[in-house]
Design a protein around this ligand. Sequence first.
Ligand SMILES: [Zn+2]
Length: 630
Amino acid sequence: MRFFALITILAIFGCSDNTRNGSLSTSPTNEDLMTPPVKDIHSYAEPSQAIMQHLVWQAEVNFDSSRITAKASIQVAMDPKAEFVMLDTKNLIIDSVSTGTAGNESATDFSMGKPDDLLGSALKISLSPDTEWIHVYYRTTEGAEALQWLNPQQTAGKQQPFLFTQSQAILARSWIPLQDSPGIRFTYEATVKVPNQLLALMSAENPQQKNEQGIYHFKMEQPIPAYLMALAVGDIKFQSLGPRSGVYAEEGLIEKAAYEFGELEDMISIAEELYGPYQWDRYDLIVLPPSFPFGGMENPRLTFATPTILAGDRSLTSLVAHELAHSWSGNLVTNATWEDFWLNEGFTVYFEHRIMEALSGKDYSEMLALLSLQDLRAEVEEMVQQKNAGDTHLKLDLKNRNPDDGMTSIAYDKGYYFLRWLEERSGRVIWDQFLVNYFEENAFRSMSTEQFLHYLKKNLIEKQHINIYLDELEEWIYQSGLPDNLPVPVSSKFELVDAALNSWANNGTLPDSELWSTHEWLHFIRKLPKDLDSASVTALDASYDFTHSGNAEIQAAWFEKAISYNYRPAYPAMAEFLKRVGRRKFLTPLYKALVRTESGKEFALEVYKEARPNYHFVSANSIDDILNYE
Ligand SMILES: [Zn+2]
């Protein structure tokens, strides 16, 4: 058994992190290949002692007490000399811990470390040389930050409660005791009991309909990191979209969702043509209630999505391309630590734009690229102003910080532009072949920034004789701001929008409301002059009714402008929006804009008091900071 375990450890650890300090010249030695992953500063796990390989999770979901009661059985591979295994927990009540095989368990010693606000408590479990399985009996508490329990009023159907999880970055430990580090992968199976009128789904092989017992079985046979553990429970229906894809949603939303995601099978085929086979069998989506804090979360086999992308015209489905792309970048090749987050997100934005280019043309994808550049420049400027220039590095320093701090447009958009720059320097054919090999050779492994640079140097720059210099790479990755050689896209569609803005300024003619797509309108709104008299603002809103747009992106962009113009007629709709929608990307800029004035801050606090119970922890945590809310 131990022999097996050691072999597995070597296979899991694969390549090393020996080039951590930005030196690109050293090749891994055999010794490096036996080195465990770098110690993850956001996890108590000590993988060099014992590493989890498989999880059997048996759980009961109780909506009356907002609690999950569960047994987590964890199969470990251990160093022969290891005396304990370390797991991450946060705000869990541990009832008992045992070791041994099912039916033959015996209690074992364990201790809980001092709780840390960010990291939670280490659960240290004693091992004997022949331990293979450990079993943790536990309950979640109100402090389960990953879980959001919704009452029926907070759902579309208003009849049944709903539960969903958001584990990224380090919240999985608040509902399952495990090794919560992106560098550690495991397979899992689960049995989950829920009230029998509800359906349970996980990031795994999923049921497509309810059963009378309310007991569901799950299996995830491909190894995943803890942040991809996911659960949703609600009055959920399924509709097939194609041979290997479908959508789950509450009944009232399912038709709308099925229409919106009608291009999904095409997207999967395009993605495979670009960068190799889809490795997770099925790809399904679930549309969650509006309090879901993100646009989407790439939980394997089952992307979690916000209903704010249901625009009715498929105009916001690049988000689906993004989550689908994560099936390669992120889920297959995973950032080794949260300081390497750009490897997940920069690759995914790049891949997303390539899918959208193939699906809707370059005209379309260049609009996405330009909007991303606008976000990027604004964020860099804000960081530099706030003297956080270090956060504009692709490789982050998150020591003693929440990994959430790294979820900025640097990882996404600067990461995207770095890869676009590499494409331009290498030529698309060579670059695409490099990426196909990259995903294939590193599948189901983690990747640090330095490992990536090493791989890039060896397999692209040297092998293909590409003129890229190390100091250029280092500038992109380890230096502040944006390099001068940043590629700048040109969009003829946005040039027409700019011309329309000019002619409105010069002769008062507004463009035809039927003329443009969502992205052109977003560009139009973003480019509105800083100062606009109230008659012009009123005229704009009278022509297009941005205030009541059915498109959440347009509404959010407009509300931000409305705040800066102090355009009060938009405020009631904005208050309704802030109370209904929990997507952090929309909330943050609006609350930030509101607190700039005394009256705005008063309004924000009033709205927030009512809205906060509807937000997931990750959104509430960010907005608390903006409003100094206690
Ligand atoms: Zn992403």
